[in-house]
Design a protein around this ligand. Structure first.
Ligand SMILES: C[S@@+](CC[C@H](N)C(=O)[O-])C[C@H]1O[C@@H](n2cnc3c(N)ncnc32)[C@H](O)[C@@H]1O
Length: 422
């Protein structure tokens, strides 16, 4: 493809992403579906360039002001994630001059908000929580791309065997530092056609998500509910931990998301999973199971701000109002899910948010209203669930699990674990 044609495609995608009317990953998929002839490398350049614009939008929009021509093209030039010589082939003489001039600007001297590239409303709570130094580490960490983590399905394979099979195909990986189920891949190989993937030996899953399933510690023969199962990333991990025995209900209000679980279930070899579309958290089917369940995982709908490495658009699509609404929804879901538990049963509340409002604040509201639930220190639960005791300590904060991209190199996660008193 001619360099200018590729640059124009980048600009077209940037234009549509900056409308923020749909999630970026869905827009990118639609874009590639509409441009089927693109090769792997071209897709990589287009997607990475567009995501770089989302990550550094304030900085790039500021720098782009000095240029000429359509704004989306200027942004794509500044964020270009492909081969540099190839880009030069796309640029007019005046664009080359402009790019050189922009390149000479010392970005470290620009105002703070152009350097952290976060919306104002997020800065204050994150600085209050982390302090100045860690805030900047976090800002850097969320503005870089995430690695690709796999969870090995221990029903079908051992971690070291999958690692060896990947190596045979030329893909290097290392065991994840905290999760005993995980492998972290070097680069971003296309996995869909590999045997280890098609035969259900691995699923793509961030290490943090694996730790949430570990915290649930679902066991053989138990009755377990994954209350917000979505496409079932955590359901699959829970089902494997149950060794394909007992009963695992996968609830979600979205039938569309539950449909995506089906092919994954087929690959996984699990037959203990029962997907159920519920109308809301007060659905009658939940009432019928009240007091009968051993473990409930509530992987609540949240702002997703812990996944900014993968979903940088979320920082521009969320707002203080949406976070407030989510907080209320999270409390309602957690209250309802808690009714399912037997005495002695375990409740895990989790989000992939960085904000106290969706995490500690929700856990606190729940704890105050439920004296019949006792908080289980995350550190102890993790150590019991095969995570090295020292590492378990590094993952916990005030009795909760707290994962941060800049410290743990996973997505940002929160989890609280309670036991219903006997
Ligand atoms: C964080 S996502 C779940 C991701 C999933 N657990 C996984 O590991 O792939 C939150 C899910 O909550 C679902 N949800 C939203 N409101 C709900 C409700 N009232 N009851 C149950 N699920 C709900 C959403 O449809 C979404 O799939």
């Amino acid at each position: 493809m001619h360099p200018n044609a590729l640059l124009e495609l980048c600009a077209e995608l940037v234009d549509s992403l900056l409308l923020f009317d749909k999630p970026a990953d869905a827009l990118v998929s639609d874009f590639f579906r509409a441009n089927k002839s693109l090769g792997q490398r071209e897709r990589h350049t287009i997607a990475e360039t567009a995501y770089a614009v989302l990550r550094q939008r304030p900085m790039l929009q500021h720098l782009a002001q000095s240029g000429r021509g359509p704004m989306a093209r200027r942004l794509a030039i500044l964020a270009w994630a492909g081969n540099e010589a190839f880009l030069r082939g796309a640029l007019k003489e005046e664009e080359q001059q402009w790019l050189k001039q922009v390149g000479s600007i010392d970005r470290a001297k620009l105002p703070e908000k152009l350097r952290h590239n976060l919306p104002d409303w997020l800065v204050e709570p994150l600085k209050a929580r982390l302090g100045e130094e860690q805030f900047w580490q976090l800002a850097d960490a969320v503005n870089t791309a995430a690695p690709l983590d796999l969870r090995v399905n221990l029903l079908k394979a051992k971690r070291e065997d999958v690692q060896a099979a990947l190596k045979d195909k030329g893909f290097n990986s290392t065991p994840t530092p905290y999760s005993p189920w995980g492998l972290r891949l070097e680069g971003k190989p296309a996995l869909q056609k590999l045997d280890v993937f098609t035969s259900g030996q691995v699923e793509v899953q961030d290490e943090g998500s694996q730790l949430l399933s570990l915290l649930t510690e679902a066991k053989r023969g138990e009755m377990v509910v994954d209350f917000c199962a979505g496409a079932g990333g955590k359901t699959l991990a829970l089902g494997a931990a149950m060794r394909n025995t007992g009963r695992l209900y996968a609830f979600d209000v979205s039938g569309h998301r539950l449909d995506k679980l089906k092919p994954r279930l087929a690959r996984s070899g699990l037959s203990n999973v029962y997907p159920v579309q519920i109308s809301n958290e007060r659905d009658d089917r939940i009432k019928r199971l009240a007091g009968k369940i051993d473990r409930v995982l509530v992987d609540a709908p949240c702002s997703g701000l812990g996944t900014l490495r993968r979903n940088p658009d979320l920082k521009w699509r969320q707002s203080p109002d949406s976070v407030k609404e989510l907080h209320d929804k999270q409390v309602a879901i957690l209250n309802s899910a808690a009714r399912l538990l037997k005495p002695g049963g375990r409740l895990v509340y989790a989000t992939c948010s960085l904000l106290d409002a969706e995490n500690e604040a929700v856990a606190q509201v729940f704890a105050e209203a439920h004296p019949d639930f006792t908080l289980q220190p995350a550190q102890e639960v993790l150590a019991h669930a095969q995570v090295d005791a020292e590492q378990a300590k590094a993952l916990s904060d005030n009795g909760y699990l707290r994962l941060w991209p800049h410290r743990h190199h996973s997505d940002g996660f929160f989890a609280a674990v309670w036991e219903r008193k006997k």
